[in-house]
Design a binder for this molecule. Structure first.
Ligand code: PGA
Length: 261
């Protein structure tokens, strides 16, 4: 049985300049330290805007905080004439471990389709980054096709472009649950995460499916995190709004205390 260490990821979206980012990381780290929470139990990853990454990196490294971090997007290209883009190699050089790809806000705001998400995933892996591949259905999709058809289709399209041993993280984020305060139920999250794991088994291998962490995202807070992480196929959470409050995010990270309680 593979031990999938839970991953709690904070997606800051377009919030915090680099000074506020430093203050946040310090406050978040003190809060966890005061609570005497062993940071080895859960992997914590922060996803600041590009302009904050260097500051987050130096704060984490100089204080030996042990948090992972990553970017919210990357270019599908390696280098060259792509004004405004940031390459995977640049992110890897900054110490990024992860990169979020295909978040629904990018699919909406920048018309990113499955082909672009695939190309970005391939670029991330080529640079040594672990892609956090986001998939999820809109409320219209939910009505028309049910919960899992659209996210399963989105993931399958990306996985066909990957080698079977590629290391990935998958995040199931129903679009209707993002920022709405209306999270999916733990059972809905479990059903779709299990369907996504089955696709990984089909398109990559059963071993990859066992080893890959599948996260739930969409209105996760300290009051509901434990209910999601109790589900057998939910291996962590991608947290937006609640990751901007250091105390609240620290409570979310300490979910094992609530699961056991
Ligand atoms: P939310 O966002 O937690 O604010 O709903 C989640 C996300 O977009 O990753």
């Amino acid at each position: 049985m593979v031990d999938r260490r839970p991953l709690i990821a904070g997606n800051w979206k377009m919030n915090f300049d680099h000074l506020r980012a430093i203050a946040f990381v310090q406050k978040f780290a003190w809060t966890l330290k005061d609570a005497k929470f062993p940071t080895t139990e859960v992997e914590v990853a922060l996803f600041p805007p590009f302009t904050d990454i260097r500051s987050v990196q130096t704060t984490i490294e100089s204080d030996g905080l042990g948090f992972a971090f990553g970017a919210q997007d990357l270019s599908p290209f390696e280098s060259g004439a792509h004004t405004g883009d940031i390459s995977g190699e640049m992110l890897a050089k900054l110490g990024c471990r992860y990169v979020i790809i295909g978040h629904s806000e990018r699919r909406q705001d920048h018309h990113e389709d499955d082909a672009i998400v695939s190309a970005k995933t391939v670029a991330a892996i080529a640079s040594g980054l672990i892609p956090v591949i986001c998939v999820g259905e809109t409320s219209d999709d939910l009505e028309k096709f049910g919960a899992s058809a659209v996210p399963v289709g989105q993931l399958r399209e990306v996985l066909t472009a990957l080698k079977p041993d590629a290391e990935i993280v998958v995040a199931y984020e129903p679009v209707w649950a993002i920022g709405s305060g209306q999270a999916a139920t733990p059972k809905q999250a479990q059903d779709v995460c299990a369907a996504l794991r089955a696709v990984i088994a089909e398109e990559m291998s059963p071993e990859a499916a066992e080893a890959t962490r599948v996260l739930y995202g969409g209105s996760v807070k300290s009051s509901n995190i434990a209910s999601f992480l109790r589900e057998k196929d939910v291996d962590g959470a991608l947290v937006g709004g609640a990751s901007l409050d250091a105390e609240e995010f620290a409570k979310i990270v300490q979910f094992p205390r609530h699961v056991i309680a």
